[in-house]
Write a protein that binds this ligand. Structure first.
Ligand SMILES: [Zn+2]
Ligand SMILES: [Zn+2]
Length: 584
């Protein structure tokens, strides 16, 4: 039975448009502040700029200058993330097909540098003698001297450390009293069955000569994927969730970076030259990581396949077969004994060192986990300067502005459950040898201390939206373009300036000699958003947008002029050539 409608309260006919001036009509209008932000994004203006106050040290005048925030992820600042992606693309483009070595070898050492290293060697010898004679006060003095000499070595302009620090300042030793544990031979990585050659310094691929004399230097594009954990549907979810190996998926994801390192190491040894790569790790739809790489030079596809198949990484950690504790019954810290103990028996848990010694002493011990690549290895050649090369660069950098968890958002229930099951595993998978989650398995992690939260390690890989991909996602080998991201930024600016005909604009770039006059003329400091000279964010955004819009049209005009000039030039050349032919 329906309630009788009261007179005068019949439902009004649905209005086609809200009454002008009504709240609904007002709410339908876009908010001007949102439009401002949209335009800022459209014009590539940073939406959360940092205000920097620049003081001219000669005149005392101050000026507030907005610097872009430099975010790399779109959810923070789309324009900055896009700019960062463009720089990464430039970096990949420049390194990919180069035909010369990116960096000349280091300069020979000076006499002063050599004598410092010699002095350091003498100290090393004396220290060793003092240790043998148990003259500990001398050792301390010598350590002090070594520190000073090493500082001098750095100051003299030598790269890196001459040797690892001594055990007394190496934290790893004070793990446990007693004799230092011998390095295990068991827990070394086995060498894969691959040909081994001496690795040359060469980083540049082979150049080929066509019959017509033109040369070309192809490069490659490679995708490395992990193994299958069970068949999946097109949406990435397992066909049979109960049979999908989530544990292996979690361990593989956590150790994937090590596997990639081993791959490059093996490939270089197998090929005999210093193969260079630039790439990116990102999740597949099934939420397992995979990696795309641009490789400089070409490598036979079957070599890539063989190396991928032979590459593995063994994890020599204590067993995680039995989870002895759960979040409602956890080990506790014994203040007096300074160790983690069982909550009921008060027995100390196995220490990290003892756990590793047990593995060393067991002749049948096996690694707790072995990571390998899956059978799918995609590789193909790419020619420099082609649309294919550009498309590939865009593909490699497609997801770098996104957080791992946002690459494939779970939209269905099935996908959310798949993510949850993976996350459950990631929560109990130890991330490192110091992970607090070791306590769940009755093992004290390396350097255990009172502040550990058993089962609640803060490590990135345990968080739901990292999918176990905890480390860097952009992997670029050292001799790729011979430039850092900051160098590429400098290049991009120099290009724009050259096109606009701007030489200096008061913010002169520091040249090789170190342009000191410009650098000491100004003092910089971070201005606070509520400082009176900073002004509202919206005003600053509007100024930046206007500036960018004018700058953009100038740039377009300059490009047009340049195109027109080169067209004129080639027309003249063409007609000159034509004239030449006629007079022949
Ligand atoms: Zn920004
Ligand atoms: Zn952890």
């Amino acid at each position: 039975m329906t309630a009788p409608t009261l007179p005068g309260l019949e439902p009004a006919p649905t209005p086609v448009a809200p009454r002008p001036g009504s709240r609904a009509a007002r709410m339908a209008l876009p908010r001007s502040i949102d439009v401002l932000k949209d335009i800022a994004i459209e014009y590539g203006v940073c939406v959360r700029p940092l205000a920097m106050r620049r003081t001219d040290l000669d005149t005392g005048l101050t000026e507030v200058i907005d610097l872009p925030c430099g975010a790399t992820r779109e959810d923070k600042c789309p324009p900055c993330a896009k700019k960062n992606r463009r720089l990464r693309q430039a970096q990949i483009r420049e390194g990919w097909h180069r035909d010369d070595e990116p960096l000349p070898g280091p300069e020979p050492a000076t006499e002063a540098q050599k004598s410092l290293i010699l002095f350091r060697a003498h100290l090393e010898f004396s220290r060793d003698e003092a240790v043998r004679a148990a003259q500990w006060d001398q050792v301390t003095d010598l350590d002090e001297a070594i520190r000073e000499v090493e500082e001098a070595i750095t100051a003299e302009g030598l790269r890196g450390r001459v040797g690892p620090p001594h055990a007394s300042d190496d934290e790893d030793q004070d793990d446990e009293p007693g004799p230092r544990r011998k390095r295990s031979t068991k827990r070394r990585q086995d060498a894969p069955e691959l040909p081994r050659r001496k690795v040359e310094r060469r980083t540049v691929g082979k150049t080929y000569t066509a019959p017509d004399g033109s040369t070309y230097q192809p490069s490659m594009w490679l995708t490395l994927t992990l193994d299958s954990y069970g068949p999946v549907r097109p949406d990435g979810t397992p066909i049979n969730p109960a049979r999908y190996d989530y544990r292996r998926a979690a361990w593989d994801a956590v150790h994937f970076p090590r596997l990639l390192d081993r791959f490059w190491q093996n490939l270089r040894r197998c090929e005999g030259w210093n193969v260079q790569y630039a790439g990116c790790v990102e999740p597949q739809r099934r939420l397992a990581p995979h990696a795309h790489f641009a490789i400089r030079g070409t490598i036979p596809r079957n070599v890539l396949r063989t190396v991928a198949a032979a590459t593995y990484h063994q994890v020599w950690w204590p067993s995680v077969d039995v989870q002895r504790y759960t979040l409602d019954r956890l080990p506790i810290w014994d203040e007096q004994a300074a160790t983690w103990v069982d909550p009921d028996t008060r027995e100390p848990l196995t220490t990290w060192t003892v756990a590793l010694d047990t593995i060393d002493d067991d002749p049948d011990a096996e690694p707790v986990h072995v990571v390998r690549f899956g059978a799918q290895v995609d590789a193909r050649g790419v020619m420099p300067g082609t649309e294919d090369a550009e498309r590939t660069i865009r593909y490699v950098t497609k997801y770098i502005t996104k957080n791992t968890g946002d690459c494939h958002k779970a939209t269905t229930d099935r996908q959310r459950k798949h993510l949850d099951r993976l996350w459950q595993q990631l929560q109990v998978t130890p991330c490192t040898d110091r992970c607090a989650n070791w306590l769940l398995y009755g093992v004290q992690p390396k350097k255990a201390h009172a502040k550990l939260k058993p089962g609640r390690c803060k490590g990135k890989v345990h968080q739901r939206d990292t999918l176990g991909i905890g480390g860097r996602r952009i992997l670029i080998s050292r001799d790729w373009s011979g430039k850092t991201l900051a160098d590429h930024k400098h290049d991009a600016r120099a290009w724009v300036r050259a096109l606009l005909g701007v030489t200096t604009d008061g913010m002169q770039l520091v040249d090789d000699q170190g342009d000191t006059t410009e650098r000491v003329r100004h003092a910089w400091e971070l201005a606070r958003p509520d400082d009176p000279d900073v002004g509202p964010m919206t005003h600053r955004l509007m100024r930046s947008i206007s500036e960018r819009a004018r700058w953009r049209s100038e740039l377009l005009a300059a490009k047009d002029r340049a195109a027109q000039e080169s067209a004129d030039l080639s027309a003249t050349q063409h007609s000159a050539q034509h004239d030449g032919e006629e007079t022949q």
